[in-house]
Design a binder for this molecule. Structure first.
Ligand SMILES: *Cc1c(COP(=O)(O)O)cnc(C)c1O
Length: 374
């Protein structure tokens, strides 16, 4: 059993993917070939936004979003301490200051009430924030109804880090469409993954979209050699776009399959008092990038699974405010108790659209045996 099964999907799509790749090998336009624009258009349509811009990876997508919004060195950007490192890394990379605020205990996502407090604290100190980066952690959209309203009220840009969120929704609105700019990643293990690195930035705003298209190509103006701003070299490869076109065609169906797998886990693992299952708030849909459990004796459960040859993973063992790289922010244990508690108790178990009922039943039985629940 694999933690994330990419093989079954490849077997299913192999012929179509190979045909698409062959077309690229023949036309030879490896950089910004026609598949890139075709994929951008289909991705924008799937998410329900005006513009999707392919870039080199999810980390660059976040950096480009900050650059397009003209976040400057010294500006403060509020985000969650419980995410993949890239979310806060890009803030520091452009010279801005990451300001962490705690997560919600149930959803692992940025807490709207904690955010409100942090916004107020920064205003009181005369150092207001300029932007907020939310993360759709493990596929669960952040609390956009509340967080968007807070950002509007305080005149803050909202950036959605939907690297894990694509395929989720709040009501009818799909992940990848929240905030002024949304970012995603096509790293192979993400819900929509390619065969290498890839990413995209989404926006409804034509002006921001034009800036992003310039920024991903060395700040180009009307022509490639007319450089009007400092940018990056950050494009989505044509080959990756070709692969993504075939994967996007089955993505909605795969999201349904992920939800069925999640439902089976919920049915199989409910009623164990020591084990907390992921809770999806009403009116929200998760892409189930991960199925993440919580329990006090997490490390023992992980060993028990490993002994039964069931892969599992801890995302994330160290909240970012306690990471060595952010030692300069001078945080200490206790600053963000829910993020710290999460990093001590979370365990993600195998999840993919093609996880067989048989394998899944084994995962459930092995976990139930650990808690001696039947
Ligand atoms: C994967 C991920 C990223 C970074 O994406 P890459 O394509 O690996 O650069 C950023 N944020 C979150 C939440 C992620 O899960």
């Amino acid at each position: 059993m694999e933690f994330i099964d990419l093989t079954t999907q490849f077997q299913r799509l192999e012929n179509k993917i190979r045909t698409r790749m062959d077309q690229v090998l023949r036309h030879g336009r490896f950089i910004m070939g026609p598949e890139v624009a075709e994929f951008e258009e289909k991705l924008a349509h799937f998410i329900g936004v005006n513009h999707a811009i392919g870039v080199a990876n999810g980390t660059d997508a976040l950096q480009l979003a900050l650059m397009a919004l003209e976040i400057k060195p010294g500006d403060r950007v509020i985000t969650t301490p419980f995410s993949f490192f890239a979310t806060a890394e890009v803030i520091a990379l452009i010279g801005a200051i990451p300001v962490f605020t705690d997560i919600d205990q149930d959803t692992f996502n940025l807490s709207a009430s904690s955010l409100e407090q942090t916004i107020a604290d920064l205003e009181t100190r005369g150092t207001p924030a300029r932007a907020v980066i939310t993360v759709d952690l493990f596929g669960q959209p952040a609390d956009y109804p509340k967080i968007s309203a807070l950002c509007d009220k305080h005149n803050l840009y909202l950036i959605e880090d939907a690297a894990q969120g694509l395929g989720g929704a709040v009501g009818e609105q799909k992940a990848g469409s929240f905030g002024t700019v949304a970012c995603t990643s096509f790293f192979p293990a993400k819900p929509l993954g390619c065969f290498g690195d890839g990413g995209a930035v989404m926006t409804q705003d034509a002006k921001i979209a034009n800036t992003l298209m310039s920024l991903r190509m060395h700040g180009k103006g009307t022509d490639k050699y007319d450089n009007v701003r400092i940018g990056l070299n950050s494009r989505l490869d044509t080959l990756q776009a070709a692969i993504l076109l075939e994967k996007l065609a089955v993505f909605a169906e795969e999201c349904d399959l992920r939800n069925q797998v999640a439902q089976r886990y919920h049915d199989g693992l409910s009623g164990i008092p020591e084990l907390a299952l992921p809770k999806v708030p009403e009116n929200m849909n998760s892409s189930w990038a991960q199925f993440t459990l919580r329990c006090e004796n997490r490390d023992a459960l992980k060993s028990h699974l490993t002994a039964a040859q069931i892969p599992s993973a801890v995302y994330y063992p160290c909240p970012m405010h306690l990471s060595t790289a952010f030692a300069g922010l001078q945080h200490q244990t206790g600053d963000f108790p829910f993020a710290e508690q999460a990093s001590q108790t979370v365990l993600s178990i195998p999840m993919s659209p093609y996880l067989s009922e048989q394998d899944q039943e084994r995962v459930v039985q092995v976990i139930r045996a650990f808690f001696q629940a039947d």
